[in-house]
Ligand binder design. Sequence first.
Ligand SMILES: [Zn+2]
Length: 114
Amino acid sequence: MGSTATRELRLAALNRLGGKCSISGCEWTHPDVLEIDHIKPVGDGKLRISNRFTYLIILKMTHPEDEYQLLCACHHNLKTVRDLEDILEFRAQTRGVNDLQSSNKGSRSIDCQL
Ligand SMILES: [Zn+2]
């Protein structure tokens, strides 16, 4: 019964965040495919945010969309990879190496086919 309540909390939180993948052009709305993503990378990336506590926070926030967004599973994976790339790029730049991928930086798009 606890899991049912959590599922209902999750659905409410998903609805609060718009109920669909936030990548423009992506039409995924199925709750089992959608994941809640912290817009800014959290800590060292080990912190899992998709839990009951997160749902409660989202439901209490006035503007949860400022901190959280919905991504389908595919786009969430891609964003996680991209965040990691950004971190590696930042590290490289602080070492004085800045010729890294300046060519495709702006044009890198997330393309998702499920
Ligand atoms: Zn998507």
